[in-house]
Design a protein around this ligand. Structure first.
Ligand code: C2E
Ligand code: CA
Ligand code: CA
Ligand code: CA
Length: 287
């Protein structure tokens, strides 16, 4: 990238302009993909660790690109945020998840699924129509507000004034807010005072290695310290906990022993197409 400067001072700033350009170009592709209906939602079950039963589901967006195949969100969410297209993309994920949830509840009854969770970016919280869009997506599908969880990361929440008002409004309406990737930010703890969270999701990085049986108890305690602190804090504040990124049974046992009630992870179930989740609910009904 060439930066304009005074004569004789043409400087190259590697990596400073290319990402912006790439985001704009990718933004055009996302725009085209939205119009062509290339985005879809996959669903990862949320499981009660004690019983193994499915109690909820997290909606995760995918892009079925005609040339690139299935594109993971890490490759397009940043560009969607930067270009503002996340507002429309997020609206699609929300509506699709509500539509699908209503179909599951109609087929399997109101207790089949407590709650679907949808990820929300900071940019969406700044959209003046956000609360109205959420309410419309629920109402159009006959869902009550207590049926929905919105997952927010610390950075999304930390943007100050207007966002805080929106979050309190959602909370007053009965919509549950989850703090995603909890423990990875710099002010996770103080955030809990200001933010009307109902759920904290312990980040995968604190689940990784939690099961390792060290010869030295102190090494193991150190590995479990954050997971333990988070569940104690959540209990004290009356929040629900979810542990993310569980990859083996030993982690399930450790997390249960620490007091975690709910979990998600490849060991429990991977994100899947709606039809596969329907089959899981059918199998669960049969038990
Ligand atoms: P996240 O909200 O923290 O979602 C969890 C991610 O971890 C998902 O990746 C999921 O597939 C993956 N995962 C679940 N269990 C395991 C496990 O046991 N091991 C490992 N290694 N990974 C596991 P995914 O679907 O690629 O999504 C990545 C991120 O993209 C999400 O992180 C979320 O921040 C964002 N994202 C996804 N869908 C949406 C969306 O609709 N809107 C917004 N704003 N962001 C989204
Ligand atoms: Ca999430
Ligand atoms: Ca997460
Ligand atoms: Ca994450």
């Amino acid at each position: 990238a060439k930066e304009r400067g005074k004569a004789g001072h043409v400087r190259y700033v590697p990596g400073m302009e290319e990402p912006v350009l790439a985001h704009i170009q990718l933004g055009g592709e996302i725009r085209r993909g939205l119009d062509a209906g290339e985005f879809r939602v996959v669903y990862q079950p949320l499981v009660a660790l004690g019983t193994g039963r499915i109690v909820g589901v997290e909606a995760l967006v995918r892009w079925n690109h005609p040339i690139r195949g299935t594109v993971p969100p890490i490759e397009f969410i940043p560009a969607a945020e930067r270009t503002g297209l996340i507002v429309e993309l997020g609206r699609f994920v929300l509506r699709e998840t509500c539509r699908q949830t209503a179909a599951w509840l109609a087929e399997f009854g109101p207790d089949a699924l407590q709650r679907p969770a949808v990820n929300v970016s900071a940019r969406q919280l700044h959209d003046p129509d956000f609360v109205a869009d959420v309410l419309a997506a629920l109402a159009d599908n006959g869902l009550s507000t207590d049926r929905l969880v919105l997952e927010l990361t610390e950075s999304a929440v930390l943007r100050g004034g207007q966002v805080s008002q929106t979050l309190h409004e959602l909370d007053r309406l009965g919509i549950k807010l989850a703090l995603d990737d909890f423990g990875t930010g710099e002010s996770s703890l103080s955030l809990l005072r200001a933010f009307p969270a109902a759920i904290v999701k312990l980040d995968k990085s604190f689940v990784d290695g939690i099961e390792i049986d060290d010869a030295s108890p102190s090494a193991r305690d150190a590995r479990q310290a954050v997971a333990r602190a988070v569940v104690q804090l959540a209990d004290a504040l009356g929040l629900e906990t979810v542990a993310e990124g569980i990859e083996n049974e030993a982690q399930v046992e450790q997390l249960r022993a620490l007091g975690y009630v709910y979990g998600q992870g490849y060991h429990l179930a991977r994100p899947m197409a709606a039809g596969d989740f329907t089959a899981l609910l059918a199998a669960q009904r049969a038990d």
